[in-house]
Write a protein that binds this ligand. Sequence first.
Ligand code: FAD
Length: 418
Amino acid sequence: MAIVGAGSIGLAVAWRAAQAGAEVVVHDPEPGSGASRVAAGMIAPVTESHYGEAALTPFMAASADAWPDFARELEAASGVLVGFRDMPTIVVGVEDGDRAEVERQTELYRLTARNVEVLTGRAVRTAEPLLNHRVRAGVLATEDRAVDPRAVHAALLVAAERAGVRIEAGAVREPGEIDADQVVIAAGCGSARFGLPVRPVRGVVLRLRAAADQAVPRTTVRGYVKGHSVYIVTRENGEVVVGATSDERGFDRTTGTAGAVHDLLRRSIELVPETAEYHLDEISVGFRPGTPDNLPLIGRLDARTIAATGHYRNGIALIPATATAVAEVLRGGDPGLIRAFDPARFGRPAPGAAGRADGPDSGKTEALEGSMQRLDAPFSGAPESNVHGGSDKSGAGDVRRRSESDRSSEDGSVEEET
Ligand SMILES: Cc1cc2nc3c(=O)[nH]c(=O)nc-3n(C[C@H](O)[C@H](O)[C@H](O)COP(=O)(O)OP(=O)(O)OC[C@H]3O[C@@H](n4cnc5c(N)ncnc54)[C@H](O)[C@@H]3O)c2cc1C
């Protein structure tokens, strides 16, 4: 069988298929150059719940529950540590309006039927000592977790190759050109080329670095600052990821980064003042593979082709469940939890749709969805570094397809962010 795309989804599907005995070839001009390289790595079945996406809740829950064993198995198979952390998420607001937003979100979190604790007074500071002293209440999602997506991708590459998967460098223009009995389309935003309704939703994240003697948050901190959301994800190695902006301007990586960096830093410092003391390591821009209803596309397109794409802001969280689900589809089993993600809900891709993607024409360009720029010294690289990116400022008149949660920002509440 063949897989188009060696992001985390394609590689996880390939690894599982090879373990089941299939001969697997994965095609990608640049494995790991897509969203999987940019993602923050939250596995957040509670704090990633959004209105209008109830069908995702059981799938997110199943995947989050599968992550601890998946991480252990992947580390054992590859010898690469994937930075899995069983750390809770705390959600807070500083101003009145932001606290009201947290309360509104808490109602939604409770619908996931997972553990949600409302904290007040000293309990908030005990849960996360680095919070701004003005934060007096918060919500703790004890079952949210996090992982290092770059380490996961590196581990998947090794594990897949050790299981016999062959990686072929090159972009696929249409499934018909591949010699294989089964083809899985897992090309992230590049999946639009194959007639699938996937659009790029641009996001900027910052990678900060804490020195060994600096304090770092012990939770994933999410919150709202004057109606805008921000998150801070900390890794064991001192990396602190601050994200993320969200806007829709195709594959534009060339505008808006300065504003994005300013906004993300301002908001993160407001929630956790200590973040101002860290080193700014990297600014990265990626493109979430969004779909018209923000749910993934997982299932058969025809007797030969399967879609495993459109994971939008949750593609890292959904790695284990997606790999299991595609293995089940290949076996011809019951779709179960992925029934709601049947790609046929938007109609079948038209024959010959390949090559009519919204994105750039060459598969090569589509493949280079993520870009990043390392900064050698704190705040020193901006002018000449040609950092590509975007901000979440909604420019008047810019044509943007908005998700449910995006829309809520227009009435003064929050923006979609992961
Ligand atoms: C800023 C940001 C923050 C995020 N944070 C989180 C988070 O905290 N938690 C979470 O769960 N998710 C998060 N996500 C979402 C997550 O990154 C994606 O959903 C996930 O990485 C999608 O994985 P993928 O393998 O489908 O796609 P990708 O990682 O984009 O990989 C697609 C691959 O397909 C290849 N390709 C494209 N076209 C072709 C072609 N024609 N032929 C061959 N190969 C091709 C590309 O080269 C690429 O390697 C975030 C995303 C962004 C942008």
